[in-house]
Write a protein that binds this ligand. Structure first.
Ligand code: ZN
Length: 567
């Protein structure tokens, strides 16, 4: 088989030499298994790239015939080549800055957490504040840490570390002092300065985290650009070729712009502006101007706005239709809360919809999900945009079965993170949701069955991993990489690898109206492709997490390559 392929290649190259190819490919992949992205049986052997686009797909012989003098030929030796990953919901600046901070991801004992923080502090003696993220609720008695644990690690410098989901943070006594917080300090907004028997615990929920984070000295532009460079390097090494930054500001957009102008933005970025109930008419007008001036191009766009409509299940800040299942006596909001009045949210949605923005709404509780669907429906009817928009709801960790058909009916996209259902991190979550609602937990299969356009992403750094492969593993198994629980957690919601890949490649392209440009391997599509170490379509799904990205090509340029991709 291999000898025959090489022979074909030799013949084709010979043909190309004797009669110079007028339009040669710049890069070709041959002898592979190329998933073109349409369905579970759409495979070809080879693909040719010229400039930044896919020139042709076909058999190795057909593609080898497109070789010219300067064509780079990659022999895939049977390996899988697929469209690049499109991470449709990510917090890229925060995640990238996190690469320069303490990282508690994957730590599951208090002793290890203390050790990691101590080591980081010793390695970074010049940092005035120790900041970072990644702790898990499940590690602590009652689901929340205490300042005393942090004090035992570091007492002479302020420490402020966010939870893995970014919705709570943990401070030591020095940080509380630096922010002038006493047991008498009150926080009136969405969130909480957590106290126990009148004493500060060092834990902050939601917007109350700002009380501390506002006193942390800001990074310089150059420090931020450096962090982004690290982030881009990591993302492309995981095969991410496009991303949608699901939070941000005009200032953050400027950072991407600077990288683009310096030729340092190989990855395709869609920047989004965070908006909330305090967003003014002037800001709406400003964002509209920026959207129109950035325009639609293949590298950097800015056409989305992101709302937060509720919080998270674990801290009972997600807005539910029915009370949480693990309420403690006297809890003030048994069904959680929405983070802004519904009327104000609808009004803002209508304004952004009218101006042609793509709207992304964070809604985790089933009530918040319903209100987001309602708001999109009203806006579509009011503005005459119904059927023309692709607004999204982000996360949808719980959903009422009554609302499932509305996604397809309204053209609203469920934008979800498979890694959020990683069974190792869901015990506190599952207690809050309770057994009656559990069948619609992270309901990917139900969404597909309801004909919704599922969009996948990482939500990095608000989760365990940026690596899409880890998300795919959870999508197809609903088990940890160690195989727990046997049989899978809410296994009826796992989905086949083809659907998971479509959600992680074409999902984001569809959401940004770019399905004719990217997400598939077809003539005329942008040449964003990746080579994987194993065939996701034929391996035991439990081995999915072992898959490595060997090569990442964006716009025909090889951006990442493992030292020796051809063993
Ligand atoms: Zn997010």
């Amino acid at each position: 088989m291999k000898i025959r392929s090489v022979l074909l290649l030799a013949l084709a190259t010979l043909a190309a030499c004797s009669r110079p190819n007028p339009n040669p490919a710049s890069l070709i992949f041959i002898n592979g298994k190329v998933w073109t992205g349409t369905d579970s049986s759409s495979f070809v052997q080879a693909v040719a790239i010229r400039g930044d686009t896919i020139m042709a797909t076909g058999t190795t012989a057909e593609i080898a015939a497109l070789t010219g003098d300067s064509t780079r030929i990659v022999d895939l030796q049977g390996r899988l080549l697929i469209p690049g990953f499109n991470d449709a919901h990510i917090h890229f600046l925060g995640g990238s800055i996190g690469l320069t901070e303490v990282d508690l991801t994957g730590q599951n004992t208090i002793a290890n957490v203390v050790k990691t923080i101590k080591r980081f502090a010793a390695e970074n003696p010049d940092k005035k504040w120790i900041t970072g993220r990644g702790w898990q609720y499940t590690m602590f008695e009652g689901g929340l840490p205490t300042k005393e644990i942090l004090d035992s690690a570091i007492s002479d410098r302020p420490v402020f570390i966010r939870a893995y989901d970014g919705h709570s943070a943990w401070a030591n006594s020095a940080a509380l002092k630096a922010a002038n917080i006493t047991p008498a300090t009150r926080f009136p907004g969405f969130g909480e300065i957590v106290k126990s028997q009148g004493k500060l615990t060092g834990v902050f929920k939601e917007d109350a985290m700002d009380v501390v984070s506002n006193v942390i000295p800001p990074l310089s532009t150059e420090e931020k650009l450096n962090a982004l460079r690290k982030g881009i390097q990591l993302a492309t090494s995981y095969g991410i070729t496009s991303l949608t930054n699901c939070s941000g500001s005009p200032e953050e957009l400027q950072l991407y712009r600077q990288l683009l102008d310096r030729g340092e933005l190989p990855i395709r970025v869609a920047a989004t502006f965070s908006v909330d109930d305090k967003t003014t008419f002037q800001q709406i007008e400003r964002y509209t101007q920026i959207k129109d001036s950035v325009g639609r191009n293949n590298r950097l766009t800015s056409a989305g706005v992101k709302f937060m409509l509720d919080g998270v299940i674990e801290s009972h800040t997600a807005g539910m239709l029915m009370p949480y299942s693990n309420l403690v006596p006297g809890e003030p909001s048994p069904t959680g809360n929405l983070s802004m009045p519904v009327e104000r949210y609808r009004e803002l949605v209508r304004e952004f919809d009218k101006r042609g923005f793509m709207i992304y709404t964070h809604a985790i509780g089933d009530r918040a999900v319903r209100e987001a669907l309602n708001a999109y429906e009203y806006a579509g009817n009011d503005n005459g945009t119904a059927g023309k928009t692709r607004h999204r709801i982000e996360h949808i960790e719980t959903v009422s079965p009554d609302d499932l058909p509305r996604f397809a009916d309204l053209g609203v996209l469920p934008s979800m993170e498979p890694i959020h259902a990683e069974p190792g991190t869901v015990s506190v979550w599952a207690d809050g949701v309770g057994k009656d609602r559990l069948p619609w937990s992270f309901a990917w299969a139900s969404m597909l069955k309801a004909n919704a356009h599922l969009v996948y992403s990482s939500d990095w750094p608000a989760c365990v991993a940026l690596n899409p492969i880890r998300g795919l593993h959870t999508a197809v198994t609903r088990r940890t990489i160690d195989g727990l629980p046997e049989g899978g957690w809410v296994p009826e919601q796992r989905i086949p690898i083809t659907d998971a890949l479509i959600a992680y490649t074409q999902g984001g392209a569809w959401s940004s109206f770019e399905e004719n440009k990217k997400g598939r391997i077809a003539t005329g599509q942008l040449a964003d492709v990746i080579v994987l170490s194993q065939d996701l379509f034929s391996i035991d799904p439990m081995k999915t997490h072992e898959t490595q990205v060997l090569m990442t090509v964006i716009g025909g340029q090889v951006i990442f390559e493992k030292a020796d991709p051809q063993p």
